[in-house]
Design a binder for this molecule. Structure first.
Ligand code: 6PG
Length: 414
């Protein structure tokens, strides 16, 4: 009871590369085997499991030991754990890790946050595990105090949700234009020259995958799940007063998808006409470029506000740098942002971005108009356009909102 007999030992036997490691099924024996100050990396499911393990582990530890949580934990939980363990003079580092299964094998992007002196003691163990950027530097950097590492990972995931949703909307548009998955893969393959990213590459692979001579994608149920980080990113954006509209839309698009039965029933009532989309490849590509810039702009604006509000002192350019390899949102755009974010937190004022948005705005408008008038749902594309139109408008109708608030609630106005 309460022990995982031989699980670790058997796992080790199956993996010859683990020859020089030791495997334990007893926590006390494991803890006693490590040099002090101990450095322990936990890779377990976020949530209650972490607290259960900490309760078992902490009594076995000594002052100065360091625990690293490499899961997708909520940053507030990380703050709480840091404070609790601090009383015992044990350090807790919340380390966002991105890269999925491939990252685990080839090197992930790592976002460690917490006590800086404790980080200095573990840096030499983390950086060799991490992926390397174009210049050979590790995609791992000290993020900041408290739960900042997990906060930054949460916003990474928010940006990830949007990048995935935009590609899903591109697929939806091409599908409604009558193209099959392998034809869409062929088109997206030509996009690599201009907008390459890890997510574009895997999407092309997915679209090309056949199962018994049929596109695998056609057999996958259209209900998207989630494990919470997109939800936390959306809540944080609302709490901090930053309009990360695309993160919210990508999350809600997953929620809408989850109502499959309701959608099917309502589709019988509100039947849709056959779509006739008058869009060409270039228009869709240009619209996609613009929407991705808005996504990254909103994500970094959110990080910037969190940095100010929580005193994280985030270095946005360094964050972009460690996101250029290993992680799910690595892309050529991210590589360009490393230098842009050195001089501004608002990428919309950078000259090359200004040119790109000015050139591609008509395409985004055309894509939204065509899609919406044909009954398609493209929430991230349309929110990108609405955000762009709003953030670039000097005179908004918010004067009327102020007058209404004052009328019924004496809220006053300027
Ligand atoms: C990563 C991923 C990873 C995981 C998330 C995805 O950066 O490696 O983000 O952390 O796949 O759980 O979130 P959802 O399960 O909510 O899509």
């Amino acid at each position: 009871p309460n022990s995982e007999e031989n699980i670790a030992v058997n796992f080790k036997k199956q993996h010859p590369e683990l020859e020089n490691t030791e495997a334990y099924d007893d926590l006390t024996a494991f803890v006693h085997s490590i040099q002090v100050p101990r450095k322990i990396l936990l890779m377990v499911n976020a949530g209650a499991t972490i607290d259960i393990i900490l309760n078992e582990l902490t009594p076995l530890l000594s002052k100065g030991d360091i625990i690293i949580d490499g899961g997708n934990s909520h940053y507030a939980d990380t703050e709480r754990r840091i404070q609790n363990l601090d009383k015992k003079q044990i350090h807790f580092i919340g380390c966002g890790i991105s890269g999925g299964e491939q990252g685990a094998l080839k090197g992930p992007s790592m976002m460690p946050g917490g006590n800086e002196n404790a980080y200095a003691k573990i840096e030499k163990y983390l950086t060799p595990i991490a992926a390397k950027d174009k210049n050979g530097k590790p995609c791992c950097t000290y993020i900041g105090r408290g739960g900042s590492g997990h906060y930054v990972k949460t916003i990474h995931n928010g940006i990830e949700y949007v990048e995935m949703q935009l590609l899903a909307e591109v697929y939806h548009i091409f599908h409604k234009m009558g193209k099959n998955p392998s034809e869409i893969a062929t088109i997206l393959n030509t996009w690599k020259n201009e907008v390459n990213s890890f997510l574009l590459e895997i999407t092309i692979d997915i679209l090309s995958t056949l199962e018994n001579d049929e596109p695998l994608l056609n057999k996958i149920l259209d209900k998207a799940g989630n494990k919470g980080t997109g939800n936390w990113a959306t809540i944080s954006s609302a709490e901090l007063g930053i309009p990360s509209t695309l993160i919210a839309s990508s999350l809600f698009a997953r929620y809408i998808s989850s109502f499959k039965d309701e959608r099917t029933a309502l589709n019988q009532i509100y039947q849709k006409k056959q779509a006739h989309l008058n869009l060409d490849n270039d228009t869709i590509l240009q619209a996609y470029k613009l929407a991705r810039i808005i996504n990254h702009h909103q994500g970094f604006q959110l990080l910037n506000e969190a940095s100010n509000s929580f005193d994280y002192e985030l270095n946005l350019s360094e964050i972009a740098r460690i996101w250029t390899n290993g992680c799910i949102i690595r892309s050529e755009l991210m590589e360009g942002l490393v230098s842009i974010l050195k001089s501004t937190t608002n990428i919309l004022i950078n000259d090359s971005i200004i040119d790109c948005l000015t050139d591609n705005k008509n395409s985004l408008t055309k894509l939204v108009v065509e899609s919406v008038s044909n009954g398609l749902t493209i929430p991230c594309f349309s929110d990108a356009l609405n955000y762009f139109n709003g953030i670039t408008e000097e005179n908004l109708p918010a004067n009327l909102i102020q007058a209404q608030r004052d009328y019924f609630g004496a809220h006053t106005y300027q």
